[in-house]
Design a protein around this ligand. Structure first.
Ligand SMILES: Cc1ncc(COP(=O)(O)O)c(C=O)c1O
Length: 393
């Protein structure tokens, strides 16, 4: 039977994650005995900090494995609120913190709360693909706006105002962003918040990479007012991807509805992970994480000039996260072919732009600096040896 008849229309409009195909090809090369330099992977290479692992082990040994409130453990909600006070200088009530199964579930809750059928959410293209797929899953419409170097690959208040229609429900910003690693400047974010509020829309800000910022003191969108939805996670800065834990900060008046949604969608976030995450905010853990943040910054400082030297176009310096989005058009083929050929010829794996939207994906690839510096250097050496042969071909 035709699979299209058996499944709902929404499934057909959700694209697979192409990076997985690069990963499969990379694994096949490794199985054949080649060494692969993995720059396609979007998660930190560092292990979860030891105090966090120890807290999880204690919790499991003590039998703390039962469901929690759908909103999360009160102690963890308080610790997250305290973290905003101490690190970002914003006071938020712990009652506004909703602990979720990764920021993926935080995005799902926010969209389920806010988006009616056929309503639009405006977001940047290129951007993280799952967000637009979530909106589609909920029968909304994700409207990707092409952004480029002139706006640091971010939406602006003007772009949002121009894209606004009677069906627009709100805008989503990711700062720092995946795949570009760029941030929205504080003044622009304030203008965006004002524009969206004037349209009676909602602003959702994905700050999953905010802890990994390299341009001075990072600032949270939460300082702009209590109506903004902020999504974040333990995955990236806290090195806890597989623990599946994140959070949503929501306006107080929506917490009860979000609780209902969380109860029904997944009952509660994972309990051992929540017990573990309480240890994230201890000074000992934060010291480990700060050292790792500096290491990511040093990798970026090496990688961006090295890629530019090889002929990749990187017009805006990424200031957060661990990705570099690079123009590969001068190498004379589309990015998917380029990524696969590079993998075959050099064993260097990176992601073609196709995962991130429709805005010139064929001209871009994403490099992740989630590997140690000697490996990064080896990757650049391999590309340096191969690229000239390509231009002659
Ligand atoms: C911008 C962005 N938002 C959200 C997520 C989801 O991450 P998680 O569910 O692990 O918190 C990712 C993951 O790569 C991401 O890059």
């Amino acid at each position: 039977m035709d699979a299209r008849i058996e499944t709902a229309a929404r499934v057909h409009e959700i694209a697979p994650f192409h990076v997985m195909e690069v990963q499969t090809a990379a694994r096949a090369l490794e199985a054949a005995g080649r060494t692969v330099i993995h720059m396609e992977i979007g998660e930190p290479d560092f292990p979860t900090p030891a105090p966090v692992v120890a807290a999880a082990q204690d919790a499991i040994a003590n039998g703390a494995i039962y469901y929690t409130s759908a909103l999360g453990l009160p102690q963890l909600r308080e610790a997250i609120a305290a973290h905003y006070r101490e690190h970002y200088g914003v006071k938020i009530a712990p009652e506004r913190v909703i602990v979720t199964a990764g920021s993926s579930a935080a995005l799902l809750l926010a969209m389920a709360l806010l988006v009616n059928r056929d309503e639009q959410i405006v977001l940047a293209d290129p951007g993280y693909p799952c967000t637009r797929h979530l909106v589609r899953t909920l029968e909304g419409e994700a409207v990707g706006i092409a952004v480029g170097a002139e706006s640091d690959y971010q939406l602006t208040a003007e772009l949002i105002a121009r894209a606004w229609t009677p069906r627009t429900r709100g805008a989503l910003i990711a700062s720092p962003a995946n795949p570009t690693g760029t941030m929205v400047q504080r003044d622009e974010l304030a203008r965006i918040a004002t524009t969206v509020a004037a349209k009676r829309g909602v602003l959702i800000v994905d700050e999953i990479y905010l802890g990994l910022s390299y341009a001075g003191e990072p600032r949270s969108a939460l300082e702009l007012g209590e109506d903004i939805f902020v999504v974040s996670s333990f995955s990236k800065y806290f090195n806890m991807t597989g623990w599946r834990l994140g959070w949503l900060i929501a306006p107080q008046r929506h917490v009860r509805d979000l609780e209902k949604l969380a109860q029904n969608l997944y009952i509660s976030p994972p309990t051992p992970s929540q017990q573990a995450a309480i240890a994230c905010f201890e000074p000992e853990t934060l010291a480990i994480l700060e050292e790792r943040r500096r290491e990511f910054q040093a990798r970026r400082d090496y990688l961006v000039p090295a890629l530019r030297d090889l002929g990749f176009g990187i017009p805006v310096m990424p200031t957060g996260g661990f990705f570099v989005y690079a123009d590969c058009s001068r190498f004379g083929m589309d990015s998917e072919r380029f990524a696969l050929r590079a993998l075959e010829a050099t064993g260097v794996a990176f992601t073609p732009g196709i995962d991130f939207g429709r805005n010139r994906p064929d001209a871009h690839v994403r490099f992740a600096y989630t590997i140690a510096r000697p490996k990064l250097e080896e990757g650049m050496q391999r590309l340096r040896a191969w690229l000239p042969t390509l231009r002659q071909a």
